[in-house]
Design a binder for this molecule. Structure first.
Ligand SMILES: O=C(O)CCC(=O)C(=O)O
Length: 503
């Protein structure tokens, strides 16, 4: 009997497991993972209790037509050079991800992971005019929204089958309210999301279920292991090389499912020298690893993923567990569908914020001179906060990723240009505010009050600008931004009781 350290075992064990625990055997069969009967006795409660929210759907249970569209989409995107390694920040260090990615989803949506905000390449949705770079790119995005619709339906069914579709916690309700409010303005049009409004009120399980399964974007991954020679070894269970280390997916709607379509380019020659290690998983095959969070005693699970298999992390599994991706030998794509929590991550949101800030700017009808409407500290503070948000969460993030979005569509360029206009006005507002503070007639007490409230925001801006322009690894790329903002950033100096602004 093949027994490894994390529970991937021999098929001969199944009849025995049937006798001991039919429910476990059926789960084991549906997962395609086999457990040793000995281990089974110890693990039966564990497997049912700890890993029951992971569902594997094998490729042969998925419509062939869907496979064809999605797999063609991946290959098209690779052919057009549409996958990019991201520069992410982990524990204060800037690192390039071994996996290359692209985000596709609802127009105007963004998704932040490891301090990097990605902007969705919009998939086609009713009510949005999107000019794609080529018919092939259009077809790829269309195939992915079709996959999204399919996974949504499958997810609802899986949750209902497992009795996970109901709201379990009272605290969920508050979160749901916020999320639903957001969901109605960001979506409302097209595809899976079309009928959300019919579920809008009253709040009930139907609302909650839809919210937790209406994927608004997919993060596509691509990696060719032959190009990545230095992959880390899985540290806890000896599972072999990892393409993606143990992690939780971040910034998702609470208790929302993550659905993943996996496509490894099997069929070409596999280097058999490295094949089937009797002590562990098959290193030629890609796997998803799953472990209980903060726990390395409970055995982890490694689930083999063959061409076209899908897996679902249902309900709160992404929070209670960590997952990783174990590399096989062939190149592999995946499409990871998520319900991103983007209440602060949509264009509608940031435009709304800009409008609030710019309400404090007025134009003299005779001279056309610009001035601030109010010097109320709370208002000034809010403007400076929004100013930082637009600059660091949107503009710098967008331009830093360079021209990747052009490969798909020019959709983002107009709204980003608008945000830049707003940002320039906010730069002016900061100068005007500093001029006001410097005026001699300004009462010392009011001046000090303004300065002490605004200083943290201006210092933060200064620090973040330094960080963005001097960070070493991708200095060249960062230049894109500096060029873009044409190096005309005003140099504000501000210190308690003594403020100056100089160009
Ligand atoms: O490719 C996969 O199966 C999962 C990828 C993943 O964990 C991620 O993108 O966060």
């Amino acid at each position: 009997m093949l027994i490894d350290r994390y529970g991937v075992l021999d098929e001969r064990a199944l009849p025995a497991i049937d006798g001991v625990c039919p429910m476990l055997a059926s789960r084991v069969r549906s997962l395609g993972v086999l457990l040793d009967p000995q281990l089974c006795l110890d693990l039966q409660a564990l497997a049912v209790a700890k890993y029951s929210k992971l569902i594997l759907k094998k490729a042969d249970q998925i419509p062939q037509e869907l496979h064809q569209g999605v797999q063609e989409a991946f290959l098209t995107l690779r052919k057009h050079g549409c996958f990019f390694q991201d520069l992410v920040r982990i524990k204060g260090k800037d690192l390039l991800t071994p996996v290359s990615r692209i985000l596709i989803g609802n127009p105007g949506c963004t998704y932040k992971y490891l301090n990097t905000r990605l902007f969705t390449v919009p998939w086609p949705m009713k009510g949005f005019e999107i000019k794609y770079f080529s018919p092939e790119i259009f077809a790829a995005c269309k195939a992915l929204i079709k996959l999204n619709d399919y996974l949504h339906v499958e997810t609802v069914q899986a949750l209902q089958e497992q009795n996970l579709s109901e709201t379990k916690e009272i605290e969920d309700a508050a979160v749901t309210d916020r999320e639903q409010d957001f969901a109605t303005f960001i979506t409302g049009k097209g595809s899976v999301l079309e009928d959300q409004s019919s579920c809008y009120a009253p709040r009930n399980d139907c609302t909650n279920l839809k919210l937790r399964t209406s994927y608004n974007l997919t993060l596509l991954n691509y990696m060719d292991p032959l190009q990545m020679l230095h992959l880390k070894q899985e540290p806890y269970f000896g599972m072999g090389k990892m393409a993606v280390s143990w992690h939780h997916d971040e910034n998702l709607v609470k208790r929302s499912t993550v659905a993943v379509y996996s496509y490894s380019c099997e069929g070409s020659v596999i280097d058999t020298a490295d094949k089937q290690d009797p002590e562990g998983r098959d290193p030629a095959v890609w796997h998803v690893g799953l472990k209980v969070a903060w726990d390395i005693k409970t055995p982890g699970l490694a689930i083999p993923l063959h061409q076209g298999d899908c897996y679902f992390m249902l309900d709160d599994l992404n929070m209670t567990h960590q997952h990783c991706v174990l590399a096989g030998l062939q190149p592999r794509f995946s499409s990871t569908h998520r319900v991103a929590e983007c209440s602060m991550g949509t264009l509608e949101y940031i435009f709304g914020k800009c409008n609030i800030a710019l309400q404090n700017l007025q134009t003299d009808s005779n001279s056309a001179a610009l001035s601030l409407k109010s010097l109320d500290v709370a208002i000034l503070k809010q403007v400076e906060e929004i100013h930082n948000e637009v600059e660091f969460e949107w503009l710098r993030q967008f331009w830093f990723q360079g021209k990747r979005y052009r490969k798909f569509t020019d959709w983002w360029f107009e709204p980003i240009a608008k945000l830049e206009e707003f940002w320039k006005k906010m730069e002016l507002m900061t100068s005007l505010m500093l001029c006001e503070v410097r005026k001699e007639k300004q009462a010392v007490e009011q001046r000090n009050n303004i300065v002490s409230c605004l200083l943290p925001h201006l210092s933060e801006r200064e620090e973040l600008r330094k960080e963005w322009t001097t960070s070493m690894p991708l200095k060249d790329k960062r230049k894109t931004w500096t060029e873009r903002m044409n190096l005309q950033l005003p140099r504000h100096k501000i210190c308690q009781g003594n403020c100056t602004a100089s160009q």
